[in-house]
Design a protein around this ligand. Structure first.
Ligand code: OKV
Ligand code: MN
Length: 243
């Protein structure tokens, strides 16, 4: 039996090929899986579970189809789809997980997260995150009519695209010290996350001065191809080796 991990599909209307790859994954691979974990930025943006579109409907159908076959599908929200909520979960059978979630993966203690919380050097983003994760702001935002939410979200995205152009690339990766601290705190052997779009397997030290190691597995984003991590009792494997 295999457990699959995916992240950063950034599903959107302008790249129907990605939706097709996901639907293909859900009809071919997922039904044979032990579990499926979606580690955030599944949708490119999400402004409330009441929004609907042919894309959203298709995706919901695909998830519901898999969960109804008894395959658990889990979700950790990303920095873009953090408003995906209980209504979506109820409609699809998707199981919502907190920002950090520790599991036993075939004998390996493993921590799962989206990855944005590990990028502590991007102070501007962390400030943005803290703001939009405030419960009262989310409640207020979700009370607004859908059209107004769409309008506000468009403005926020335009502003963010502007800011991004002046951001140095180094701060966009995980902070190694912070990540090691998390690994130590959760007492894990493996860390699986996405967000940085840099598919890789890193061997990391928990402390600069110790030989205690953990493995950081980074999921890739989706585009022309899917990025799927498959784990079974033999170990882990990506669907495609990328550079
Ligand atoms: C998601 C990101 C846009 C990054 C707004 C409260 C507030 C939620 C929201 C609006 C935006 C999500 C929900 C989106 C992520 C961006 C731009 C940059 C870096 C409020 C709660 F404050 F307005 F009240 N939002 N959307 N960004 O368009 O999906 O992650 S979004
Ligand atoms: Mn992300």
């Amino acid at each position: 039996m295999t457990t699959y991990f995916i992240a950063d599909l950034h599903l959107n209307e302008h790249q129907p090929g990605i939706t097709d790859l996901f639907l293909q994954f859900m009809s071919e691979k997922a039904p044979l899986a032990e579990a499926v974990y979606i580690l955030g930025d599944f949708f490119d943006f999400w402004i409330g579970d009441d929004e609907n579109s042919p894309l959203i409907e298709q995706v919901k159908q695909a998830i519901q189809n898999v969960t109804q076959q008894g395959i658990p599908c889990y979700f950790i929200c990303g920095n873009r789809d953090f408003l995906l909520g209980k209504r979506f979960a109820k409609e699809t059978g998707l199981i919502l997980l907190p920002d950090y979630h520790k599991i036993d993966l075939y004998g390996h203690s493993t921590l799962l997260c989206h990855g944005d919380t590990l990028c502590t050097d991007d102070v501007t983003y962390q400030r943005f995150r803290q703001k939009v994760h405030q419960k009262w702001r989310q409640t207020l935002f979700l009370l607004l009519p859908l059209r107004l939410r769409l309008h506000i979200a468009q403005k926020i995205r335009a502003k963010s695209r502007q800011d991004k152009r002046t951001k140095p690339a180094e701060i966009m990766d995980v902070n190694p010290q912070f990540t090691a601290q998390i690994a130590e705190q959760y007492q894990i052997e493996w860390l699986i996350h996405g967000h940085t779009h840099k598919q890789a397997v890193h061997s990391c030290q928990k402390f600069a001065t110790s030989d205690r190691l953990f493995t950081r597995i980074v999921l890739g984003d989706w585009g022309k191809t899917a990025s799927i991590l498959a784990v079974d009792k033999q170990g882990f494997q990506f669907n495609l080796e990328r550079e």
